[in-house]
Design a protein around this ligand. Structure first.
Ligand SMILES: C[S@@+](CC[C@H](N)C(=O)[O-])C[C@H]1O[C@@H](n2cnc3c(N)ncnc32)[C@H](O)[C@@H]1O
Length: 269
């Protein structure tokens, strides 16, 4: 997979040389190219921003450097990339979107600063490329570089051969399939006792069926506690008889449409 990042802070992307993404680059599984937007400016101050039309606080990133940068990046490769524009006003970045983007051969990220990029840039490239405006959460950061690091890590770990154990993302929270609407429950490792705390007996039982059930029950507990909205919007067809028993213990009951609603709040989570 090829990834290009156009930014005014190339050094902010240094973490892409480290750990999982860095190793994937070294092995040739990821071709990451970071570009300095200011190389496509032509004045002596390398200006990339200007005052907003209509007034108001802050500055807006000028369209010309972005246009030249994106044209150069696009012309340097085969076909058309997906352009990912980080912005707090975009669609939420989810595991589902990470999976979708991990299947694309080429992504170009456009992290902005100030009040964002002149709108015409997004409109212009949307005429010939798949452009995704994406938010990593309901808060506002000073720039899009940290969101790019977040998205690249989530995408890269899904690429074939990047994680040591290909199965390790199967049970992740939000993983498509059985975990799509559940958070992963607690995990434990050696030693078997630490500061007087043991680990649940079932994990020592060697009984795969019981362990799988315990993990799923714990996922229901944690999701009930931290993200009940996930259970409310889950497709009830995903829940088997044992899931429904657990949901009932946790105070959930199916409504008229079959979806689950929390009818009792004071039960043991
Ligand atoms: C200060 S923010 C601009 C905020 C803009 N005025 C707004 O309210 O939508 C500057 C840049 O940081 C990035 N950014 C900030 N918060 C983000 C978030 N939650 N998700 C993705 N990108 C974000 C985007 O690249 C954005 O253009």
């Amino acid at each position: 997979m090829r990834l290009d990042v156009v930014t005014i802070f190339p050094e902010y992307l240094e973490p892409l040389n480290v750990s999982l993404v860095g190793k994937a680059r070294a092995r040739g599984q990821l071709d990451v190219r970071v570009h300095d937007l200011r190389s496509w400016t032509h004045d002596k101050h390398n200006t990339v921003d200007d005052t907003p039309y209509g007034g108001g606080p802050g500055m807006v990133m000028k369209p010309e450097p972005w246009g030249e940068a994106l044209d150069a990046v696009i012309e340097s490769g085969e076909g058309r990339p997906v352009i990912v524009v980080p912005t707090p006003s975009g669609r939420p970045f989810t595991q589902e979107l990470a999976v979708e983007l991990s299947e694309k051969p080429w992504l170009v990220f456009t992290p902005a600063r100030y009040e964002g990029i002149d709108r015409r840039v997004i409109e212009d490239y949307a005429e010939r490329c798949d452009v995704r405006e994406v938010s990593i959460g309901d808060y506002v950061l000073a720039g899009g570089e940290a969101p790019v690091l977040v998205m690249v890590e989530a995408i890269a770990r899904l690429l074939p051969g990047v994680l040591g154990n290909a199965e390790s993302h199967r049970d992740d929270s939000f993983a498509p399939g059985a975990m799509a609407d559940l958070l992963e429950g607690p995990v434990y490792t050696k030693p078997p006792e630490w500061r007087g705390r043991g680990i649940p007996d079932v994990l020592l039982s060697g009984h795969h069926g019981k362990i799988a059930r315990w993990r799923r029950d714990e996922a229901f507990r944690r999701t009930t506690r931290n993200r009940p909205d996930l259970i409310e919007r889950a497709d009830p067809a995903a829940f088997d008889k044992k899931d429904r028993e657990m949901l009932s213990i946790l105070g959930w009951a199916p409504g008229d449409d079959g979806r689950f609603w929390r009818v009792a709040q004071d039960v043991e989570e």
